[in-house]
Design a protein around this ligand. Structure first.
Ligand code: NDP
Length: 259
């Protein structure tokens, strides 16, 4: 058991499936009280039940991260249930793809509302609670390696993830005096439903991705949970950092690894 996580309360947004679900299960396995949340209460209850049947402690809450009152209710429910809040993982995210010239104002706004404003609302509400508690905390924002690069048909998504990176730095600087460490994790291609969905796109080729990645494979959910767990611990002197976990994808300047 990880001593740094034991007894803490962690909220993981977008934990009804994918990366968030795995991270929530990891925190619970390490001994934390976990709040599982997304827009689908039923799916979150199923994840919470899985955690409890494995001997962990979990509570499911419905939240839409793009709605401030809904986020405030999430924090309130977490504190009502577990007494305090120590770790906030802002993982909920969406992607709407298309040529930049075809993206509608509604699509642009939708991606911004969830991926950037949602992360801000959640960090803000969590930070407020942690400041009130007076003994620090940690916030981990799930960004993407795409937050620091351009890409075809991904303008809204990549733009919001770039915003998340700098939001992370701003909050880290501002809340350092309260011992709140704020970091971001920028994953590369990880095996999730989001990637399965992307495979339906004509321009997404699994083999291309693997060839373009120095480690030669997709990342695993386990590896991402390891990174989040490290960033969420308060004994590492790391704050305002964007940790890239992409198998070397963004370090690699040009071409395929077999070139
Ligand atoms: P999934 O699509 O599998 O899961 C997204 C989660 O976010 C779901 O639980 C969804 O639940 C929730 N969600 C979406 N919109 C909202 C909202 N408005 N309010 C609350 N919850 C919401 O995605 P992944 O697990 O693949 O990705 C998770 C995060 O990791 C995202 O931020 C993504 O950008 C990032 N990422 C993923 C990579 C990958 O390879 N998969 C690579 C790099 C970054 P529900 O629909 O029930 O609300």
């Amino acid at each position: 058991m990880d001593e740094t996580i034991d007894e803490r309360t962690a909220i993981v947004t977008g934990s009804s499936r994918g990366i968030g679900k795995h991270v929530a299960k990891r925190f619970a396995a390490d001994g934390a009280n976990v709040v599982v949340c997304s827009r689908s209460l039923e799916d979150c209850e199923a994840v919470a039940a899985e955690i409890e049947s494995d001997g962990g402690s979990a509570h499911a809450v419905e939240v839409d991260v793009s709605e401030k009152p809904s986020v405030e209710n999430l924090i309130e429910e977490a504190v009502d249930r577990f007494g305090r809040l120590d770790v906030m993982v802002n993982n909920a995210g969406i992607n709407i793809r298309g040529p930049a010239e075809d993206i509608t104002p509604e699509e642009w706004q939708q991606v911004l509302d969830v991926n950037l404003t949602g992360v801000f609302f959640c960090a803000q509400a969590a930070g407020e609670r942690m400041i009130e508690q007076g003994d620090g905390g940690s916030i981990v924002n799930i960004s993407s390696m795409m937050g620091s690069m351009g890409q075809q048909d991904r303008t809204p998504y990549n733009t919001t993830k770039g915003g998340v990176n700098n939001l992370t730095r701003c909050l880290a600087v501002e809340w350092a005096e309260h011992d709140i460490q704020v970091n971001a994790l920028a994953p590369g291609y990880i095996e999730t439903e989001m990637v399965e969905q992307a495979q339906e796109d004509a321009d997404f080729d699994r083999e291309d991705v693997q060839n373009r990645t120095p480690l030669g494979r997709f990342g695993t959910l386990e590896e991402i949970a390891n990174c989040v767990s490290f960033l969420a611990s308060n004994d590492n002197f790391v704050t305002g950092e964007v940790l890239t976990a992409d198998g070397g994808w963004s370090a690699f300047g040009w071409g395929c690894k077999d070139d």
